[in-house]
Write a protein that binds this ligand. Structure first.
Ligand code: SF4
Ligand code: SF4
Length: 56
């Protein structure tokens, strides 16, 4: 399962540049992860200040 960003996201943008496969982009109210691209490395979860990305 790909990682999923919860509604806790405060749109700080920290995770986007950390993703090795560029699966993260800004959505309307939170950042979103492309499930088909995510390789489940966990890097986004490691940098998020509010623990919004979680393993789906
Ligand atoms: Fe990118 Fe890794 Fe987060 Fe998936 S788990 S979105 S590959 S940083
Ligand atoms: Fe949202 Fe966390 Fe990514 Fe910041 S690091 S944009 S709070 S998911």
């Amino acid at each position: 399962m790909a990682y999923v960003i919860s509604d806790d996201c405060i749109m700080c943008g920290a995770c986007e540049g950390e993703c090795p496969v560029s699966a993260i982009s800004a959505g309307d109210s939170k950042y979103v992860i492309d499930a088909d691209t995510c390789i489940e490395c966990g890097a986004c979860a490691g940098v998020c200040p509010v623990s919004a990305p979680n393993a789906g």
